[in-house]
Design a binder for this molecule. Structure first.
Ligand code: SPV
Ligand code: MG
Length: 530
């Protein structure tokens, strides 16, 4: 149903309905969630929320822009407090057309002069509009609506300005005859007596709306009994907000801490919920390319012995290549590939490893254990989409991307085919050699580490692998098996990979140079040349 139609039904049906004040999109949504069938976009509270007065200090187009957010935020209709219509009949015509476009259900205009003053300030001095001029404004408004259900309510300020009941009735009748869909009769008295007198004399000629801000003690049953159509609770969300914001600000200022406040304020997730984040998350799933999450585990527990004393105070992962520690470079490479959660396993000189953005797991037994033991300590971090690397490798950044591009759901190793047949550690034999030509066909690991003689090797694993959705469980399985047969403490990563390979298909991605495993000073110099 159109919002105009919903508002028209609400105003014209015999039952009493309630509109609740809101002053922005967020409060409008809160109003709707509380179960109100419509929102009162109050001129007073809209102005106040901007820190300006209810004297048309906001321009009419600022009001329209603002109320558009409220209409966007809600599925129930918004009734705008349109003050005097922001000018003469001509301004009124433009207002109605613009409000229809931003999906506002209707507008109330009051018979005062522009710029108006709030009804509860210096009330008796408030000049009223000439009746005929205001009648013309109502007709102009009604004639400009293109949606027949758009609601125009005429607000009578005669009681506010102290002109008495007869004048109020005279005006209400004129506005009704001019085509107003309902009459809003306002009062500044704390007793509802003059409002009731008006209602009794009016006799239901047209629907009536009330704003019982001052006569708030009146039982709602009394409004209902007199056939009132709409009661507007006109400013209470803004006022509730003021009280709460003042108390919160004072508390934080006095305490210089959030401790006493945090339990009493809406949690952030409630803010996100009210903003509609769930819808965006859903839309992201539909419209954004799926991007697998990526994390990393870096093994940096080893001391590094071939550095002539350079690693006495810091582990080799902290040796600098072109001014940046090897580990920091690696984390930058991973970060730029999208890795968010990075765990570094420390051992030798753990305290010297403090790269930003990483979590740390410490291998206290680093002197008597190997890589597999370190990885076992970080087992919880082995989630689907994890890069596992030695902390002493320097890479050209494209290597990480090349691995990710071809990574499978299991485990995928980056293997340097330029080291085929070389007598290097971590030798790899695949189901076929690197042809140097691009192929879509998956290359499978056939054997790794000591299982492979140098002459049979197709390359060397560079100390970098990717763990996919299935691979995390495979690695854990291999770790558990090595732990069970007592070999985990001394095992190398290639030993774990050999176990995985025996049970599951492990993928190989060929790379051709562009990396250095820094094991001695010569490697350090080579790394700088990369
Ligand atoms: C408003 O909420 O801005 C109103 C009602 O117009 S009152 O403040 O009572 O005038
Ligand atoms: Mg107002």
């Amino acid at each position: 149903m159109r919002k105009t139609t919903a508002l028209r039904q609400l105003v014209t049906r015999p039952s009493l309905d309630f509109l609740m004040e809101a002053h922005n999109g967020l409060s409008a949504r809160i109003v709707e969630e509380a179960g109100f069938p419509g929102v009162w976009a109050s001129g007073l509270t809209l102005s106040a929320s901007f820190g300006v007065r209810d004297n048309n200090e906001l321009s009419w187009s600022q009001v329209v822009d603002h109320v558009a957010f409220m209409a966007d935020a809600t599925s129930v209709p918004v009734l705008l407090d349109g003050d005097t219509g922001y000018g003469n009949f001509n301004n009124m015509r433009r207002l109605v057309r613009k409000l229809e476009r931003v999906d506002v259900g209707g507008v109330v205009i009051e018979d005062k002069l522009f710029p108006k003053t709030n009804s509860f300030i210096r009330s008796e001095r408030q000049p009223l509009a000439d009746v005929d001029e205001f009648v013309g404004k109502i007709k102009a408004g009604k004639d400009s609506q293109t949606d027949p259900d758009f609601v125009l309510i005429a607000r009578v300020e005669a009681l506010i300005a102290g002109w008495g009941l007869a004048e109020a009735l005279r005006r209400a009748e004129a506005y009704h005859l001019a085509g107003a869909d309902a009459i809003l009769i306002h009062s500044r008295q704390s007793s509802p007596a003059e409002i009731f007198a008006f209602l009794d004399a009016w006799g239901g000629r047209a629907p009536v709306a009330l704003v019982p801000t001052k006569y708030w003690r009146t039982p709602t049953a009394d409004f209902r009994a007199r056939g009132v159509s709409v009661v507007i609770w006109a400013n209470h969300l803004l006022r509730a907000g003021i009280t709460s914001m003042q108390a919160t600000a004072k508390r934080i200022a006095a305490d210089e801490s959030l401790l006493n406040v945090e339990p009493h304020v809406a949690p952030l997730h409630e803010v996100f919920r009210l903003q509609g984040d769930a819808e965006l998350e859903d839309a992201e799933r539909r419209y954004l390319p799926a991007r697998a999450s990526l994390s990393a585990v870096v093994l940096a527990a080893g001391a590094g012995n071939d550095f002539g004393g350079l690693t006495e105070r810091a582990p080799k992962a902290m040796l600098k290549v072109q001014g940046t520690p090897i580990l920091a470079r690696l984390l930058e490479d991973f970060g730029s590939a999208g890795a968010r959660d990075v765990v570094v396993v420390r051992g030798h000189r753990a305290e010297a490893i403090d790269v930003p953005g990483a979590r740390f797991v410490d291998n206290a037994d680093f002197a008597t254990t190997g890589e597999a033991w370190s990885l076992g300590l970080a087992e919880d971090a082995l989630v689907p989409g994890t890069l596992v690397a030695f902390g002493d490798i320097v890479l050209k950044r494209y290597i990480v991307q090349a691995l990710l591009d071809d990574a499978g759901p299991g485990i995928t190793l980056a293997v340097d085919s330029t080291l085929a047949s070389a007598d290097v550690p971590d030798r790899v034999r695949a189901d076929r050699a690197d042809t140097g030509r691009f192929s879509f066909d998956e290359v499978r690991l056939a054997a790794i580490g000591d299982e492979v003689t140098p002459s049979a090797s197709h390359g060397a694993w560079i100390g970098l692998l990717h763990v996919g959705a299935d691979g995390a469980a495979w690695l854990r399985e291999a770790t558990a098996a090595a732990r069970a047969d007592g070999t985990l403490r001394s095992a190398r990563l290639v030993d774990l990979l050999a176990r995985v390979r025996a049970a599951h298909p492990v993928r190989v991605v060929w790379i051709r140079g562009g990396w250095v495993n820094v094991n001695n000073l010569t490697d350090l110099v080579d790394a700088s040349d990369l």
